[in-house]
Design a protein around this ligand. Structure first.
Ligand SMILES: NC(=O)c1ccc[n+]([C@@H]2O[C@H](COP(=O)([O-])OP(=O)(O)OC[C@H]3O[C@@H](n4cnc5c(N)ncnc54)[C@H](O)[C@@H]3O)[C@@H](O)[C@H]2O)c1
Ligand SMILES: O=c1ccn([C@@H]2O[C@H](COP(=O)(O)OP(=O)(O)O[C@H]3O[C@H](CO)[C@@H](O)[C@H](O)[C@H]3O)[C@@H](O)[C@H]2O)c(=O)[nH]1
Length: 445
Protein backbone atom coordinates (compact mmCIF):
# COMPACT_ATOMS: atom_id res chain seq x y z
CA UNK A 1 0.00 0.00 0.00
CA UNK A 2 1.05 3.62 -0.47
CA UNK A 3 1.09 5.59 2.76
CA UNK A 4 1.62 9.31 3.40
CA UNK A 5 2.57 10.24 6.95
CA UNK A 6 2.19 13.91 7.91
CA UNK A 7 4.62 14.99 10.64
CA UNK A 8 7.98 13.40 11.40
CA UNK A 9 8.01 13.61 15.22
CA UNK A 10 8.36 10.38 17.20
CA UNK A 11 5.02 9.01 16.07
CA UNK A 12 5.15 9.99 12.40
CA UNK A 13 8.74 8.95 11.92
CA UNK A 14 8.61 5.67 13.81
CA UNK A 15 5.28 4.54 12.40
CA UNK A 16 6.27 5.60 8.87
CA UNK A 17 9.55 3.72 9.11
CA UNK A 18 7.90 0.62 10.60
CA UNK A 19 5.15 0.55 7.95
CA UNK A 20 7.81 0.75 5.24
CA UNK A 21 9.66 -2.10 6.95
CA UNK A 22 6.49 -4.17 6.52
CA UNK A 23 6.78 -3.65 2.74
CA UNK A 24 4.58 -0.58 2.20
CA UNK A 25 5.68 2.46 0.22
CA UNK A 26 5.80 5.32 2.71
CA UNK A 27 6.36 9.01 2.18
CA UNK A 28 6.98 10.98 5.37
CA UNK A 29 6.13 14.67 5.12
CA UNK A 30 7.27 17.49 7.34
CA UNK A 31 6.96 21.21 6.85
CA UNK A 32 10.41 21.77 8.38
CA UNK A 33 12.78 21.79 5.41
CA UNK A 34 15.91 21.28 7.54
CA UNK A 35 14.42 18.23 9.24
CA UNK A 36 13.46 16.69 5.90
CA UNK A 37 16.91 17.38 4.45
CA UNK A 38 18.51 15.71 7.47
CA UNK A 39 16.31 12.65 7.03
CA UNK A 40 17.02 12.52 3.29
CA UNK A 41 20.71 12.36 4.14
CA UNK A 42 20.15 9.50 6.58
CA UNK A 43 20.52 11.64 9.70
CA UNK A 44 17.91 11.20 12.41
CA UNK A 45 16.65 14.28 14.27
CA UNK A 46 15.70 12.31 17.42
CA UNK A 47 17.53 9.72 19.48
CA UNK A 48 15.62 6.47 19.32
CA UNK A 49 17.42 3.13 19.51
CA UNK A 50 17.39 1.24 16.18
CA UNK A 51 15.71 4.02 14.20
CA UNK A 52 18.71 5.10 12.13
CA UNK A 53 19.40 1.54 10.94
CA UNK A 54 15.77 1.01 9.97
CA UNK A 55 15.66 4.31 8.06
CA UNK A 56 18.82 3.37 6.15
CA UNK A 57 17.49 -0.11 5.35
CA UNK A 58 14.11 1.04 4.03
CA UNK A 59 15.37 4.17 2.27
CA UNK A 60 17.90 2.15 0.31
CA UNK A 61 15.21 -0.42 -0.53
CA UNK A 62 13.29 2.49 -2.11
CA UNK A 63 10.26 2.05 0.17
CA UNK A 64 10.79 5.11 2.36
CA UNK A 65 10.99 8.75 1.29
CA UNK A 66 11.05 12.12 3.02
CA UNK A 67 9.63 15.30 1.55
CA UNK A 68 8.14 18.71 2.27
CA UNK A 69 5.77 18.22 -0.67
CA UNK A 70 2.55 17.30 1.12
CA UNK A 71 0.24 17.47 -1.92
CA UNK A 72 2.28 14.96 -3.95
CA UNK A 73 2.57 12.57 -1.01
CA UNK A 74 -1.20 12.73 -0.41
CA UNK A 75 -2.08 12.32 -4.09
CA UNK A 76 -0.05 9.08 -4.30
CA UNK A 77 -1.38 7.64 -1.04
CA UNK A 78 -4.12 5.12 -0.26
CA UNK A 79 -3.88 5.97 3.44
CA UNK A 80 -2.89 9.35 4.90
CA UNK A 81 -1.73 9.28 8.51
CA UNK A 82 -1.69 12.56 10.42
CA UNK A 83 0.86 12.56 13.25
CA UNK A 84 1.48 16.24 13.96
CA UNK A 85 1.83 17.67 17.46
CA UNK A 86 -1.11 18.50 19.75
CA UNK A 87 0.70 20.41 22.52
CA UNK A 88 -0.95 22.01 25.54
CA UNK A 89 -2.49 25.46 25.39
CA UNK A 90 -1.89 27.58 28.52
CA UNK A 91 -5.27 26.42 29.95
CA UNK A 92 -4.34 22.75 29.50
CA UNK A 93 -6.52 22.13 26.44
CA UNK A 94 -4.97 20.44 23.42
CA UNK A 95 -3.84 22.90 20.77
CA UNK A 96 -5.51 21.64 17.60
CA UNK A 97 -4.12 24.28 15.28
CA UNK A 98 -1.44 21.98 13.78
CA UNK A 99 -3.79 19.10 13.11
CA UNK A 100 -6.46 21.38 11.61
CA UNK A 101 -3.86 23.06 9.42
CA UNK A 102 -2.55 19.67 8.29
CA UNK A 103 -6.13 18.51 7.60
CA UNK A 104 -6.73 21.56 5.38
CA UNK A 105 -3.57 20.84 3.41
CA UNK A 106 -4.54 17.19 3.04
CA UNK A 107 -8.07 18.18 1.95
CA UNK A 108 -6.72 20.48 -0.74
CA UNK A 109 -4.63 17.63 -2.15
CA UNK A 110 -7.16 14.78 -2.09
CA UNK A 111 -7.65 13.56 -5.68
CA UNK A 112 -9.20 10.10 -5.16
CA UNK A 113 -10.55 7.92 -2.32
CA UNK A 114 -8.31 8.02 0.77
CA UNK A 115 -8.50 6.80 4.32
CA UNK A 116 -7.48 9.76 6.47
CA UNK A 117 -6.19 8.53 9.79
CA UNK A 118 -5.44 10.59 12.89
CA UNK A 119 -2.65 9.13 15.00
CA UNK A 120 -2.10 12.36 16.92
CA UNK A 121 -3.71 12.35 20.37
CA UNK A 122 -6.84 14.47 19.96
CA UNK A 123 -9.87 15.29 22.13
CA UNK A 124 -13.09 13.41 21.56
CA UNK A 125 -14.92 14.87 18.58
CA UNK A 126 -11.81 16.10 16.76
CA UNK A 127 -11.89 13.45 14.04
CA UNK A 128 -15.46 14.43 13.23
CA UNK A 129 -14.34 18.06 12.95
CA UNK A 130 -11.51 16.97 10.68
CA UNK A 131 -14.00 15.05 8.53
CA UNK A 132 -16.28 18.09 8.25
CA UNK A 133 -13.38 20.35 7.42
CA UNK A 134 -12.10 18.06 4.66
CA UNK A 135 -15.63 17.71 3.30
CA UNK A 136 -15.85 21.48 3.00
CA UNK A 137 -12.75 21.47 0.78
CA UNK A 138 -13.31 18.52 -1.54
CA UNK A 139 -16.02 16.51 -3.25
CA UNK A 140 -13.71 13.48 -3.55
CA UNK A 141 -14.69 10.51 -1.38
CA UNK A 142 -12.72 9.73 1.77
CA UNK A 143 -13.17 8.18 5.19
CA UNK A 144 -11.76 9.23 8.51
CA UNK A 145 -10.39 6.95 11.19
CA UNK A 146 -8.92 7.38 14.64
CA UNK A 147 -5.98 5.02 15.19
CA UNK A 148 -4.30 6.26 18.39
CA UNK A 149 -0.64 5.56 18.99
CA UNK A 150 0.64 3.90 22.17
CA UNK A 151 4.41 3.78 21.57
CA UNK A 152 6.83 4.84 24.29
CA UNK A 153 9.93 6.86 23.59
CA UNK A 154 13.08 4.82 24.00
CA UNK A 155 11.34 1.61 22.91
CA UNK A 156 9.31 3.12 20.09
CA UNK A 157 10.26 0.62 17.37
CA UNK A 158 9.73 -2.43 19.55
CA UNK A 159 6.38 -1.02 20.73
CA UNK A 160 5.28 -0.26 17.16
CA UNK A 161 6.27 -3.63 15.75
CA UNK A 162 4.87 -5.56 18.76
CA UNK A 163 1.87 -3.57 19.96
CA UNK A 164 -0.30 -4.80 22.85
CA UNK A 165 -3.26 -3.80 20.72
CA UNK A 166 -4.27 -1.71 17.74
CA UNK A 167 -7.37 0.44 18.12
CA UNK A 168 -9.24 1.29 14.93
CA UNK A 169 -12.11 3.73 15.27
CA UNK A 170 -14.02 4.27 12.05
CA UNK A 171 -17.57 4.14 10.73
CA UNK A 172 -16.50 2.83 7.31
CA UNK A 173 -16.09 -0.87 6.47
CA UNK A 174 -13.75 -0.06 3.58
CA UNK A 175 -11.50 2.07 5.81
CA UNK A 176 -11.55 -0.66 8.46
CA UNK A 177 -10.54 -3.32 5.91
CA UNK A 178 -7.68 -1.20 4.60
CA UNK A 179 -6.43 -0.44 8.11
CA UNK A 180 -6.63 -4.12 9.08
CA UNK A 181 -4.51 -4.91 6.01
CA UNK A 182 -1.97 -2.31 7.14
CA UNK A 183 -1.83 -3.32 10.82
CA UNK A 184 -2.61 -7.04 10.48
CA UNK A 185 1.07 -8.07 10.25
CA UNK A 186 1.70 -6.43 13.66
CA UNK A 187 -0.88 -8.19 15.84
CA UNK A 188 -4.11 -10.18 15.89
CA UNK A 189 -5.36 -8.03 18.72
CA UNK A 190 -7.19 -5.33 16.78
CA UNK A 191 -10.05 -3.57 18.52
CA UNK A 192 -12.75 -1.94 16.41
CA UNK A 193 -14.65 0.96 17.90
CA UNK A 194 -16.56 4.05 16.95
CA UNK A 195 -14.41 7.14 16.38
CA UNK A 196 -15.17 8.85 19.69
CA UNK A 197 -14.36 5.76 21.75
CA UNK A 198 -11.02 5.37 19.97
CA UNK A 199 -10.15 8.98 20.80
CA UNK A 200 -11.12 8.40 24.43
CA UNK A 201 -9.16 5.11 24.71
CA UNK A 202 -5.94 7.04 24.17
CA UNK A 203 -6.61 9.63 26.89
CA UNK A 204 -8.01 7.07 29.31
CA UNK A 205 -4.95 4.84 28.86
CA UNK A 206 -2.47 7.64 29.52
CA UNK A 207 -4.53 8.97 32.44
CA UNK A 208 -4.71 5.50 33.99
CA UNK A 209 -0.94 4.96 33.70
CA UNK A 210 -0.33 8.41 35.19
CA UNK A 211 -2.71 7.47 38.02
CA UNK A 212 -0.69 4.33 38.75
CA UNK A 213 2.48 6.43 38.98
CA UNK A 214 0.97 9.05 41.29
CA UNK A 215 -0.57 6.29 43.38
CA UNK A 216 2.73 4.51 43.92
CA UNK A 217 4.48 7.83 44.56
CA UNK A 218 2.01 8.58 47.36
CA UNK A 219 2.48 5.07 48.74
CA UNK A 220 6.25 5.77 48.63
CA UNK A 221 5.79 9.00 50.56
CA UNK A 222 3.84 7.11 53.22
CA UNK A 223 6.43 4.28 53.22
CA UNK A 224 9.05 6.88 54.14
CA UNK A 225 7.04 7.82 57.20
CA UNK A 226 6.04 4.33 58.35
CA UNK A 227 9.30 2.51 57.62
CA UNK A 228 8.15 0.30 54.72
CA UNK A 229 9.97 -0.22 51.40
CA UNK A 230 7.98 0.87 48.33
CA UNK A 231 9.95 -1.37 45.95
CA UNK A 232 8.88 -4.45 47.96
CA UNK A 233 5.34 -3.07 48.25
CA UNK A 234 5.13 -2.56 44.47
CA UNK A 235 6.55 -6.04 43.89
CA UNK A 236 4.01 -7.56 46.25
CA UNK A 237 1.16 -5.66 44.61
CA UNK A 238 2.35 -6.37 41.07
CA UNK A 239 2.03 -10.18 41.34
CA UNK A 240 -1.71 -9.66 41.53
CA UNK A 241 -2.71 -10.01 37.85
CA UNK A 242 -5.53 -7.54 38.39
CA UNK A 243 -2.96 -4.90 39.34
CA UNK A 244 0.08 -5.81 37.22
CA UNK A 245 3.67 -4.89 37.99
CA UNK A 246 4.28 -2.18 35.39
CA UNK A 247 4.13 1.56 36.06
CA UNK A 248 4.61 1.07 39.78
CA UNK A 249 8.10 2.53 39.95
CA UNK A 250 8.17 5.31 42.50
CA UNK A 251 10.34 8.29 41.67
CA UNK A 252 10.18 12.02 41.09
CA UNK A 253 6.99 11.87 39.05
CA UNK A 254 6.16 11.47 35.40
CA UNK A 255 7.28 13.88 32.69
CA UNK A 256 7.56 13.72 28.93
CA UNK A 257 5.61 14.93 25.95
CA UNK A 258 2.48 12.91 26.72
CA UNK A 259 1.38 12.24 30.32
CA UNK A 260 1.54 15.86 31.55
CA UNK A 261 -0.27 17.25 28.51
CA UNK A 262 -2.76 14.42 28.08
CA UNK A 263 -3.85 14.38 31.73
CA UNK A 264 -4.43 18.14 31.55
CA UNK A 265 -6.30 17.77 28.26
CA UNK A 266 -8.58 15.06 29.67
CA UNK A 267 -9.41 17.27 32.66
CA UNK A 268 -10.40 19.95 30.13
CA UNK A 269 -12.39 17.50 27.98
CA UNK A 270 -14.34 16.49 31.09
CA UNK A 271 -14.77 20.13 32.11
CA UNK A 272 -16.33 20.97 28.74
CA UNK A 273 -19.15 18.54 29.51
CA UNK A 274 -19.49 19.84 33.09
CA UNK A 275 -17.70 16.91 34.66
CA UNK A 276 -15.22 17.61 37.40
CA UNK A 277 -12.56 14.88 37.03
CA UNK A 278 -11.46 15.06 40.67
CA UNK A 279 -9.34 11.91 40.65
CA UNK A 280 -7.26 13.01 37.68
CA UNK A 281 -6.81 16.50 39.12
CA UNK A 282 -5.30 14.90 42.22
CA UNK A 283 -3.05 12.70 40.08
CA UNK A 284 -1.68 15.86 38.45
CA UNK A 285 -1.28 17.66 41.79
CA UNK A 286 0.56 14.71 43.33
CA UNK A 287 2.83 14.55 40.30
CA UNK A 288 3.61 18.25 40.34
CA UNK A 289 4.60 18.07 43.98
CA UNK A 290 6.57 14.81 43.87
CA UNK A 291 9.60 16.34 42.14
CA UNK A 292 10.05 18.84 44.99
CA UNK A 293 10.83 15.94 47.35
CA UNK A 294 14.33 16.16 45.91
CA UNK A 295 14.62 19.74 47.21
CA UNK A 296 12.99 18.89 50.55
CA UNK A 297 15.42 16.01 51.06
CA UNK A 298 18.41 18.16 50.14
CA UNK A 299 17.28 20.84 52.57
CA UNK A 300 16.77 18.32 55.34
CA UNK A 301 20.48 17.49 55.09
CA UNK A 302 22.12 20.72 53.94
CA UNK A 303 19.57 23.16 55.43
CA UNK A 304 20.54 26.26 53.44
CA UNK A 305 21.21 25.59 49.76
CA UNK A 306 22.48 29.10 49.07
CA UNK A 307 26.06 29.07 47.78
CA UNK A 308 26.06 25.26 47.49
CA UNK A 309 26.93 23.44 44.27
CA UNK A 310 24.51 20.67 43.40
CA UNK A 311 25.31 18.04 40.77
CA UNK A 312 22.42 16.80 38.65
CA UNK A 313 22.64 13.51 36.77
CA UNK A 314 19.87 13.09 34.22
CA UNK A 315 17.99 15.78 32.27
CA UNK A 316 15.85 13.63 29.97
CA UNK A 317 12.38 12.77 31.29
CA UNK A 318 13.32 9.08 31.09
CA UNK A 319 16.30 7.03 29.91
CA UNK A 320 16.99 6.12 26.26
CA UNK A 321 15.69 9.40 24.91
CA UNK A 322 17.05 12.89 24.33
CA UNK A 323 13.53 14.30 24.74
CA UNK A 324 13.34 16.83 27.58
CA UNK A 325 9.73 17.93 27.11
CA UNK A 326 8.20 18.42 30.58
CA UNK A 327 11.21 16.78 32.25
CA UNK A 328 11.10 17.10 36.08
CA UNK A 329 14.70 18.41 35.87
CA UNK A 330 13.38 21.85 34.76
CA UNK A 331 11.47 22.50 38.00
CA UNK A 332 14.13 20.94 40.19
CA UNK A 333 16.95 23.03 38.72
CA UNK A 334 14.79 26.18 38.78
CA UNK A 335 14.06 25.56 42.44
CA UNK A 336 17.75 25.07 43.25
CA UNK A 337 18.64 28.32 41.50
CA UNK A 338 15.86 30.17 43.37
CA UNK A 339 17.48 28.99 46.60
CA UNK A 340 20.85 30.45 45.55
CA UNK A 341 22.51 27.15 44.60
CA UNK A 342 24.72 26.61 41.58
CA UNK A 343 24.13 23.58 39.39
CA UNK A 344 26.43 21.28 37.44
CA UNK A 345 24.38 19.06 35.16
CA UNK A 346 25.08 16.01 33.05
CA UNK A 347 22.99 13.77 30.82
CA UNK A 348 24.37 11.12 28.44
CA UNK A 349 22.47 12.51 25.42
CA UNK A 350 19.84 15.11 26.37
CA UNK A 351 22.12 17.99 27.42
CA UNK A 352 21.97 19.88 24.09
CA UNK A 353 18.16 19.80 24.00
CA UNK A 354 17.92 20.88 27.64
CA UNK A 355 20.44 23.70 27.24
CA UNK A 356 18.57 25.07 24.22
CA UNK A 357 15.62 25.82 26.53
CA UNK A 358 17.45 26.40 29.81
CA UNK A 359 20.65 28.39 29.44
CA UNK A 360 21.57 30.03 32.76
CA UNK A 361 24.86 31.46 34.06
CA UNK A 362 24.58 29.39 37.25
CA UNK A 363 24.07 26.11 35.41
CA UNK A 364 27.19 24.46 34.04
CA UNK A 365 26.52 21.66 31.56
CA UNK A 366 29.17 18.97 31.83
CA UNK A 367 30.50 16.52 29.28
CA UNK A 368 30.93 13.57 31.64
CA UNK A 369 29.25 12.44 34.87
CA UNK A 370 32.42 12.84 36.92
CA UNK A 371 32.83 16.48 35.90
CA UNK A 372 29.35 17.30 37.25
CA UNK A 373 29.93 15.48 40.52
CA UNK A 374 33.43 16.79 41.06
CA UNK A 375 33.61 18.96 44.20
CA UNK A 376 29.83 19.29 44.43
CA UNK A 377 28.08 19.52 47.81
CA UNK A 378 25.52 16.90 46.80
CA UNK A 379 24.45 14.76 43.85
CA UNK A 380 20.85 14.28 42.69
CA UNK A 381 19.99 11.48 40.25
CA UNK A 382 16.94 12.47 38.21
CA UNK A 383 16.98 9.94 35.35
CA UNK A 384 17.75 6.23 35.70
CA UNK A 385 20.32 5.98 32.90
CA UNK A 386 22.16 2.64 32.98
CA UNK A 387 25.44 4.58 32.81
CA UNK A 388 24.79 5.99 36.30
CA UNK A 389 24.00 2.57 37.74
CA UNK A 390 27.33 1.29 36.46
CA UNK A 391 29.42 3.93 38.28
CA UNK A 392 30.80 2.75 41.62
CA UNK A 393 29.49 4.59 44.67
CA UNK A 394 33.06 4.70 45.97
CA UNK A 395 34.10 6.68 42.89
CA UNK A 396 31.13 9.02 43.31
CA UNK A 397 32.03 9.52 46.95
CA UNK A 398 35.61 10.40 46.03
CA UNK A 399 34.44 12.98 43.45
CA UNK A 400 31.97 14.82 45.70
CA UNK A 401 33.00 17.44 48.25
CA UNK A 402 30.51 15.95 50.70
CA UNK A 403 28.99 12.49 50.21
CA UNK A 404 25.33 13.43 49.90
CA UNK A 405 23.23 11.55 47.37
CA UNK A 406 19.55 12.05 46.55
CA UNK A 407 18.54 9.11 44.39
CA UNK A 408 15.31 10.23 42.74
CA UNK A 409 14.94 6.97 40.80
CA UNK A 410 15.99 4.31 43.32
CA UNK A 411 18.90 3.15 41.17
CA UNK A 412 21.31 2.13 43.93
CA UNK A 413 21.05 -0.95 46.14
CA UNK A 414 21.69 -1.57 49.81
CA UNK A 415 24.79 -3.68 49.01
CA UNK A 416 26.28 -0.92 46.86
CA UNK A 417 25.81 1.56 49.68
CA UNK A 418 27.11 -0.77 52.37
CA UNK A 419 30.61 0.51 53.09
CA UNK A 420 30.23 4.06 51.84
CA UNK A 421 29.80 7.19 53.91
CA UNK A 422 26.88 8.61 52.00
CA UNK A 423 24.06 10.56 53.49
CA UNK A 424 21.59 8.85 51.15
CA UNK A 425 17.93 9.44 50.42
CA UNK A 426 15.98 7.51 47.81
CA UNK A 427 12.22 7.32 47.23
CA UNK A 428 10.08 5.31 49.63
CA UNK A 429 12.93 3.17 50.95
CA UNK A 430 13.57 4.59 54.44
CA UNK A 431 15.54 1.54 55.59
CA UNK A 432 18.18 2.52 53.03
CA UNK A 433 18.45 6.09 54.23
CA UNK A 434 21.94 6.51 55.60
CA UNK A 435 23.07 9.21 57.92
CA UNK A 436 19.90 11.23 57.55
CA UNK A 437 17.24 9.90 59.86
CA UNK A 438 16.49 7.01 62.22
CA UNK A 439 15.90 3.66 60.48
CA UNK A 440 12.48 2.70 61.86
CA UNK A 441 10.18 5.50 62.88
CA UNK A 442 8.11 4.88 66.00
CA UNK A 443 4.50 4.45 65.00
CA UNK A 444 1.77 5.59 67.30
CA UNK A 445 -1.76 4.26 66.87
N1 LIG B 1 5.95 11.34 21.42
C1 LIG B 1 5.35 10.22 21.73
O1 LIG B 1 5.96 9.33 22.32
C2 LIG B 1 3.90 10.00 21.38
C3 LIG B 1 3.33 8.72 21.57
C4 LIG B 1 1.97 8.53 21.26
C5 LIG B 1 1.21 9.58 20.78
N2 LIG B 1 1.80 10.81 20.62
C6 LIG B 1 0.97 11.88 20.03
O2 LIG B 1 1.33 11.96 18.65
C7 LIG B 1 1.30 13.32 18.20
C8 LIG B 1 2.67 13.70 17.64
O3 LIG B 1 3.61 13.69 18.69
P1 LIG B 1 5.18 13.70 18.39
O4 LIG B 1 5.87 13.76 19.69
O5 LIG B 1 5.47 12.61 17.44
O6 LIG B 1 5.25 15.08 17.57
P2 LIG B 1 6.27 16.29 17.51
O7 LIG B 1 5.56 17.44 18.05
O8 LIG B 1 7.59 15.87 18.02
O9 LIG B 1 6.45 16.45 15.93
C9 LIG B 1 5.41 16.83 15.08
C10 LIG B 1 5.98 17.13 13.69
O10 LIG B 1 4.91 17.49 12.83
C11 LIG B 1 5.36 18.51 11.94
N3 LIG B 1 4.22 19.23 11.41
C12 LIG B 1 3.34 20.05 12.05
N4 LIG B 1 2.40 20.51 11.19
C13 LIG B 1 2.69 19.97 9.98
C14 LIG B 1 2.10 20.07 8.69
N5 LIG B 1 1.00 20.80 8.49
N6 LIG B 1 2.66 19.41 7.67
C15 LIG B 1 3.77 18.66 7.86
N7 LIG B 1 4.38 18.53 9.06
C16 LIG B 1 3.84 19.16 10.10
C17 LIG B 1 6.26 19.37 12.82
O11 LIG B 1 7.14 20.14 12.03
C18 LIG B 1 6.98 18.29 13.66
O12 LIG B 1 8.17 17.88 13.04
C19 LIG B 1 0.86 14.14 19.42
O13 LIG B 1 -0.53 14.29 19.36
C20 LIG B 1 1.23 13.25 20.60
O14 LIG B 1 0.44 13.49 21.73
C21 LIG B 1 3.11 11.03 20.88
O1 LIG C 1 6.65 3.12 36.82
C1 LIG C 1 6.87 4.19 36.24
C2 LIG C 1 6.78 4.34 34.83
C3 LIG C 1 7.04 5.58 34.26
N1 LIG C 1 7.38 6.64 35.03
C4 LIG C 1 7.60 7.96 34.41
O2 LIG C 1 6.53 8.24 33.54
C5 LIG C 1 6.95 9.03 32.43
C6 LIG C 1 6.49 8.44 31.13
O3 LIG C 1 7.16 7.21 30.90
P1 LIG C 1 6.77 6.23 29.70
O4 LIG C 1 5.33 5.96 29.73
O5 LIG C 1 7.69 5.09 29.73
O6 LIG C 1 7.16 7.15 28.45
P2 LIG C 1 6.41 7.88 27.26
O7 LIG C 1 7.31 7.74 26.10
O8 LIG C 1 6.01 9.23 27.72
O9 LIG C 1 5.09 7.01 26.92
C7 LIG C 1 3.80 7.31 27.42
O10 LIG C 1 3.17 8.31 26.65
C8 LIG C 1 3.05 7.97 25.23
C9 LIG C 1 2.45 9.17 24.53
O11 LIG C 1 1.08 9.24 24.64
C10 LIG C 1 2.17 6.73 25.10
O12 LIG C 1 2.05 6.39 23.72
C11 LIG C 1 2.79 5.58 25.89
O13 LIG C 1 1.94 4.45 25.80
C12 LIG C 1 2.97 6.03 27.34
O14 LIG C 1 3.59 4.99 28.08
C13 LIG C 1 8.48 9.12 32.57
O15 LIG C 1 8.81 10.38 33.13
C14 LIG C 1 8.84 8.01 33.54
O16 LIG C 1 9.98 8.32 34.31
C15 LIG C 1 7.48 6.50 36.42
O17 LIG C 1 7.77 7.47 37.14
N2 LIG C 1 7.22 5.27 36.98
Amino acid sequence: MNIAVIGTGYVGLVSGVCFSDLGNHVTCVDKLKEKVEMLQQGEVPIYEPGLKELIEKNSSAGRLKFTTDLPSAVKDADIVIMAVGTPSLPNGEADLSYIMEAAKEVAAAVNSYKVIVTKSTVPVGTNEKIGNLIRSYTTESFDIASVPEFLREGSAIRDTLNPDRIVIGTESQLAQDMLVKLHGPLTDNIIFTDVRSAEMIKYASNAFLATKISFINEIANICEKVGADVTRVAEGMGYDKRIGSSFLKAGIGYGGSCFPKDTQALIQIAGHVDYDFKLLKSVVDVNNDQRYNVIRKLESILEDLSGKTIAIWGLAFKPETDDVRDAPAFEIITSLLQRGAKVKAYDPIATANFKKIFDHPDVKYCKVAEEAAHDADALCVLTEWREFQEISLHDIQSWLKTPILIDGRNIFTEQELADTEFAYYSVGRPSMNKGVREQSPILSF
